[in-house]
Design a protein around this ligand. Structure first.
Ligand SMILES: Cc1cc2nc3c(=O)[nH]c(=O)nc-3n(C[C@H](O)[C@H](O)[C@H](O)COP(=O)(O)OP(=O)(O)OC[C@H]3O[C@@H](n4cnc5c(N)ncnc54)[C@H](O)[C@@H]3O)c2cc1C
Length: 384
């Protein structure tokens, strides 16, 4: 986005990327439909960035969700609003939009240099790149670093830039997994029978905050939307040593109604598993209750209902950053001025996930990346 804005202002722009093609993580994001942004009122939208709202508000207001949709339409790709207010390109994937975008960039004269890994600055301030067969140095009037966080390094960045910037005295907060699953030590039964199984229509509760959805059991824990939405809370609680993750397996029934239902559906001589299944719980949900109680399920309807409404999940850690949707941490906001320009390295702008913010899924990630890229492009265009 910074390249587009700068090239539109008449600048000579080259995009270097370590991978063999650009925007590979953008393409990966397209596998889930490419949730570009969200239609909720801007004030609510901005709240999704938590304390970092104060830093992202200016760029997001300047290049807003509505601007992003108009930009897509300008590339010939209309967007549509999904049932939850999330915005997707009509094709529901990234590649057609990316192709149109690359065509526009090429028509603006933007050059692409794939398989060029940025490895720092030379002693005379040029940018150094490891190309397939040699290291080259490039003099640039302005630089935009858009190297991402360190999730999914196979398609994105790997965070090795942290050392390069820290070496220049820049405060970089540790990159941590965001929008990721949690690790849970399951019994063999849970792993072998239920890894990959969704827990349909559940609510994950952390610190009294409930997020509905279909969490998925994995071999090493649980992942999926409602867990991702809590990932900041869970990560911070794990750091404090006081994490309390619970799952309401029947969020549409009150405790009393569930207890009554279980009482009504009890059959003499039946196992507790069959009883719970008759009460409407799925096999994976029953297994989760067994995990939560080390196989010591309550014998009475009220006890089972209470457990079903608030089954504890013993999270031991966040899943690895390699498979996280995004990264928290990055370049501290105190290091950047207007136009996301590094105060200690004038002429160098930092955008996207390299900056220290995080947000839930729902289009907030890409929007902040587009908006900060736009802000950098505008600032560097205005400066010259
Ligand atoms: C599976 C998945 C699904 C997602 N779905 C969505 C979604 O639907 N909606 C949403 O809003 N967000 C989604 N995201 C998140 C979104 O893709 C990221 O927030 C966004 O791509 C980050 O953009 P970025 O430009 O900061 O970094 P990236 O997209 O990671 O791009 C960084 C680029 O820098 C390059 N690079 C890194 N280091 C170097 C170096 N030293 N030299 C040269 N090049 C380098 C990398 O090769 C990469 O191309 C998803 C992420 C994943 C993993």
């Amino acid at each position: 986005m910074a390249a587009e804005v700068a090239a539109s202002a008449g600048h000579d722009v080259t995009v270097f990327d370590q991978h063999r093609s650009p925007a590979r993580k953008f393409v990966l994001a397209g596998r889930g439909g490419l949730n570009l942004t969200h239609t909720e009122p801007l004030n609510e939208f901005l709240e999704r960035y938590g304390p970092e709202r104060r830093h992202l508000e200016v760029p997001i207001r300047a290049f807003s969700p509505a601007d992003l949709r108009a930009w897509c339409a300008g590339l010939g790709h209309e967007t549509f609003v999904g049932s939850s207010g999330r915005v997707f390109p009509e094709e529901f994937r990234a590649v057609p939009l990316l192709r149109s975008w690359l065509r526009r960039l090429e028509s603006l004269g933007v050059r692409f240099e794939p398989r060029h890994r940025w490895v720092g600055w030379s002693s005379d301030g040029q940018l150094k790149f490891a190309a397939p067969d040699r290291v080259i140095a490039i003099a640039a009037d302005r630089t935009v670093l858009a190297l991402g966080g360190s999730s999914w390094p196979r398609v994105g960045g790997d965070g090795t830039w942290v050392e390069l910037l820290a070496g220049r005295g820049i405060d970089v907060r540790p990159l941590q997994a965001a929008n990721c699953g949690i690790e849970v030590v399951w019994s063999d039964v849970m792993t072998e029978r239920f890894a990959g199984a969704p827990i349909k229509n559940a609510a994950v509760i952390v610190d009294g905050i409930e997020v509905r959805g279909d969490p998925i059991v994995t071999r090493t824990g649980i992942e999926g939307g409602p867990i991702y939405a809590h990932s900041r809370r869970i990560r911070e609680s794990l750091a404090d040593g006081s994490v309390d993750v619970r799952i309401d397996l029947m969020p549409d029934l009150s405790l009393e109604r569930l207890a009554q239902r279980l009482t009504d559906r009890r059959r003499r001589g039946e196992t507790t598993t069959k009883w719970l299944r008759r009460g409407g719980l799925s096999a994976v949900a029953v297994s989760l209750l067994r995990e939560a109680t080390r196989n010591q399920l309550p014998a009475d309807a009220h006890g089972l209902a209470s457990l079903t409404k608030s089954a504890p999940v013993a999270a031991t850690a966040m899943s690895g950053i390699d498979r996280a949707i995004s990264s928290a941490g990055g370049v501290a906001w105190s290091e950047v001025g207007p136009g996301v320009e590094l105060k200690k390295l004038p002429g160098v702008h930092v955008v996207g996930e390299m900056l220290d913010w995080e947000a839930p899924t729902g289009g907030y990630l890409l929007q902040a990346c587009f908006s900060t890229g736009w802000a950098a492009g505008m600032a560097l265009s205005a400066a010259d």
